[in-house]
Design a protein around this ligand. Structure first.
Ligand code: CMP
Length: 139
């Protein structure tokens, strides 16, 4: 089933000029980048995006990190894109990530873990509309 997921290439990756390297792994996995834009998240945007984590002890650190440098927001399309991208990213903590995954290859730590990917199709739809209009997504 063709579906879409939402991805963020995080500040730890843009700071190290890894946007293209991350995209190469995404494309090699068969996911198509159907929209992408480099932006600098405001504090309000980051707080809204991660609202679900606002009671977590790492929330402040997470918002500081995500607003530290530009990010690249993306829409990825493909067969079972939500689950497929989660496989390609690897475990949240890079110490537990499988060989060949984006986090195993590039992530310095659980907090600075290089990429975000939606955890369900419902959340993907909600995350995509925070950053893209329909006409900006070209499948
Ligand atoms: P992400 O998939 O973007 O969604 C929530 C983020 O919280 C997660 O990736 C991590 O970057 C971050 N996170 C999760 N656990 C921790 C932790 N223990 N310490 C700091 N950040 C964390």
């Amino acid at each position: 089933m063709t579906e879409r997921t939402f991805s963020i290439i995080k500040p730890d990756a843009t700071e190290r000029n890894l946007t293209g390297a991350v995209n190469a792994v995404i494309e090699a996995a068969g996911l198509r980048i159907v929209a992408q834009r480099r932006i600098h998240l405001s504090k309000a945007q980051a707080e809204k995006f991660y609202e679900i984590h606002k009671e977590r002890p790492f929330f402040g650190e997470l918002v500081d990190f995500m607003t530290r440098s530009p990010v690249v927001v993306q829409v990825l399309e493909g067969d079972n894109a939500v689950a497929r991208y989660r496989e390609v990213m690897g475990a949240t903590n890079p110490a537990n990530a499988d060989e060949g995954t984006i986090r195993k290859l590039f992530a310095p730590s659980v907090g600075e873990n290089t990429v975000h990917g939606s955890d369900s199709a419902e959340n993907a739809a909600m995350e995509i509309v925070q950053f893209f209009t329909d006409d900006q997504i070209v499948g």
